[in-house]
Design a protein around this ligand. Structure first.
Ligand code: GLU
Length: 418
């Protein structure tokens, strides 16, 4: 398979394992997916027919705490993709310092082809498939691509019916009415904007002189665009699967956000010109932000990249081969496992609130999120500087992985497992 995300995730781990001189036993243990639940969900369609959908929950590592990670609904989702995403979750939760391991779920479905009631039946069916493997002290799913608070609400309801009691901390990203946290919906974008601020400080640049192009305008890309625009950066381009909306002087993101929400397209928006969707990747900007899916920048299109730096808001958007080429061109990449951890960080806050049955104000959540993201960035940067002393080729991804992998290894050692 071309650009298999699981191969990429493994390669990133092997790369740092070599630098850290880990032994074979440890490496094999870290490469292992601890548990995989898979099956087919039969969904009764509105027309009376039944349709089956393949579904998975991958649990990579729980040395630090319960497995944690989203569930995606996407027609191209595969077992290998879900496994890769679960590995990335293990590193993410370790980097941001929250007491979880890594898990991820997925259903191979294009949710746009389903009615709302079909979508609800699919969501409940998914929970029936994985119910035994989850719980607030076991594995805690959350939203990801094409899933949201409403879907988490149906899933929690199904889960609590199965177990016959309340366990709101078994899923995060829920509606507020069911124990969701304030600030969770926009958390990944907000967290990424804090990381961008820290990064731009290191580059010693003024925000208004920093041009940003964002690929993807889903939950992550749209909120990220909104926050960085509000913070004074020059967002020159945003894209969705159909178009890139471009204005070299900077876009009014608030208007673009509202326009897209209302019309489901950038077509017809005054204040920017339309380019093909992929054009966003080739723009000459200070920061390119892939915020859509994995493998956006690969060997095939890496030569088109004209950005000075990349901040990964999607999971796995730059393949290892492309990364090597970019590193040779001195293009710094702020990795996904650091940049997009805001979502899971606020999921953690949600879970803490659920366990304590005590709910926080939004300001408290944003302040706590900023603290977590700032210290994660500072730790990764310090590790990057430390590693750069011994090799000129150190990357921010290696620095982030170095911290994460050592933390997980130490937890496994403390359990007497290694
Ligand atoms: N799906 C998000 C991610 O990839 C959030 C996961 C969570 O909140 O558990 O990080």
């Amino acid at each position: 398979m071309k650009n298999n995300p699981l191969e990429n995730a493994r390669q990133q781990l092997l790369d740092i394992a070599k630098i850290l001189e880990l032994d074979k036993k440890t490496i094999d243990r870290l490469l292992k997916i601890e548990n995989l639940v898979s099956g087919e969900i039969s969904v009764k369609l509105d027309n009376g027919k039944t349709k089956k959908f393949k579904a998975w929950r991958s649990q990579h590592n729980n040395a630090v705490g319960p497995y944690k990670g989203g569930i995606r609904f996407h027609e191209e989702t595969t077992e290998e993709e879900v496994k890769a995403l679960s590995m990335w979750m293990t590193w993410k939760t370790a980097i941001v310092g929250i007491p979880y391991g890594g898990g991820k779920g997925g259903v191979a479905v294009n949710p746009k082809t389903l009615s709302k009631s079909e979508l609800q039946r699919l969501s409940r069916g998914y929970i029936r498939l994985i119910a035994k493997a989850i719980g607030s002290d076991k594995d805690i799913p959350a939203p990801d691509v094409n899933t949201n608070a409403e879907i988490m609400g149906w899933m929690l309801d199904e889960y609590e019916k199965i177990i016959g009691r309340k366990d709101p901390g078994a899923l995060t990203g829920k509606p507020l009415e069911l124990g969701g946290s304030r600030g969770r919906t926009e958390a990944t974008g907000l967290g990424g904007s804090y990381v961008l601020d820290s990064f731009v400080k290191k580059l010693k640049k003024q925000k208004k002189a920093v041009s940003v192009a964002i690929q993807g305008f889903g939950n992550v890309g749209s909120y990220f665009a909104k926050f960085v625009h509000e913070n004074g950066y020059k967002v020159v381009a945003v894209s969705d699967s159909k178009n890139t909306l471009y204005n070299e002087k900077g876009l009014d993101i608030r208007k673009a956000f509202d326009y897209k929400a209302k019309n489901d397209t950038f077509k017809g928006f005054v204040g920017g010109k339309l380019l093909p969707s992929e054009a966003v990747l080739g723009l000459n900007v200070d920061i390119l932000v892939p915020a859509a899916l994995e493998n956006a920048v690969s060997e095939e299109n890496v030569s088109k990249i004209n950005a000075k730096n990349i901040l990964e808001m999607a999971n796995g958007p730059v393949t290892p081969k492309a990364e090597e080429i970019l590193a040779n061109k001195k293009i710094l990449i702020v990795p996904d496992v650091l940049a997009n951890t805001g979502g899971v960080a606020v999921s953690y806050f949600e879970w803490v609130q659920n366990l304590a049955n005590y709910y926080w104000e939004k300001e408290e959540i944003s302040a706590k999120l900023k603290k977590l993201m700032d210290s994660a960035f500072a730790a990764v940067w310090a590790e990057y500087e430390r590693m750069s002393k011994t090799t000129k080729k150190a990357t921010l991804r290696q620095a982030a992985y170095s911290l994460a992998v050592q933390k997980v290894v130490k937890a496994m050692q403390a359990r007497g497992e290694l």
